[in-house]
Write a protein that binds this ligand. Sequence first.
Ligand SMILES: Nc1nc2c(ncn2[C@@H]2O[C@H](COP(=O)(O)OP(=O)(O)O)[C@@H](O)[C@H]2O)c(=O)[nH]1
Ligand SMILES: [Mg+2]
Length: 383
Amino acid sequence: MSHQDSDVTALIEASGESTFKSAYKKAQEMVDQFTNVSLDVAVTGRSGAGKSSFINALRGLRDDDEGAAETGVTETTTEPTPYKHPTKPNVTFWDLPGVGTRNFQAKRYLKQVNFNRFDFFIIISSERFTENDALLAKEINKQKKLFYFVRSKIDNDVAQEEKKRGFNREETLTKIKNHCLDNLKDFKNPKVFLICCYDVNEFDFEELVDTLMSELPEHKRYALIQSVPVTSVAMLNKKVRMFKMAAWAAAACSGAVAAAPVPGLSLACDASIVVAFFTSCYFSFGLDDKSIERLSERVNKPHLKSLKKSPFVQALASKSATRLQLSALASSEIVESLFSLIPGVGSAIAAGISFIVTYKLLKNGLNELEQAALMVLREAGLK
Ligand SMILES: Nc1nc2c(ncn2[C@@H]2O[C@H](COP(=O)(O)OP(=O)(O)O)[C@@H](O)[C@H]2O)c(=O)[nH]1
Ligand SMILES: [Mg+2]
């Protein structure tokens, strides 16, 4: 079997398809979905409920970070305000005016906010849910859209209860959840997630993400899981799994094997796809300086900021400063330097890079980033 043949066979095998054509098509679709599919999350609730803070938490931003949604202000806008994810611009969180105010009655609300553009709704409250919240959820249900209830500021409740004698954390949380569910009896299986925006490692944040992951369409899950903050090893594992699943497709699309499987043709590699893959991974795993800085503050461990990074992570750090101009980054020197950091494949680039080599390169690089992220989590004391 020639080099070219074994490459084509490997590609078909990795795809789970039966022909080269369908394998390549699937790879293109997956890369497109993985990088471009948009996710639009609507966050609604009355003024002061914690919408802006929740949006910042989902974007991995502190309230005082540049570009963060302003918190603690009484809303004056009546228009949905979009906030893009800082490193995943196809993910947008929409800060919606609360329902029930004079201008926004539940019945007309969805039309007024142009509901069709949203993938799901978060209805957020810092107290029990009101009749208006339930009415809105019913309207959302009618439109066959997903909705979830978030009970915010749970840290305040716990702090209050902690002062009492015989405090039991689990009991307190269950009581609050049941209290919230009281108003949602009309729903078949209502879900309420207890959340503290300043501590997404605690309470029900991950459960909310897991629930979304099980209920969203597959291509939307890619966007969600890439964008959420790394809150635990379990969360990191979910991210790793998804990147692993996409690696073969990125390898297929970056190699000329796909474009021209003709014997004797030299194989070029579209480096921008490889760089984009690693850069997404780097941000998604929370390895960028900003994410590490925020994590170090959240867990109160200043030394996280000075953890030594592997040469590969450092290379990505310096290259991703201009993340949004990825195409400009994909010059061969940069890519070659990235490749040379991964043992065993550095020399392959000169000879032209095949699917098998690219796939291996992506898997090795992914593994290196996973190890780096695990080290950060370990040092942060997160399991
Ligand atoms: N302790 C605590 N305070 C919160 C939490 N979420 C929001 N807040 C505070 O509640 C106030 C209102 O929050 P904001 O996000 O501006 O509410 P919005 O009007 O719905 O956008 C602000 O002072 C926030 O700092 C939380 O999870 N825990
Ligand atoms: Mg607000």
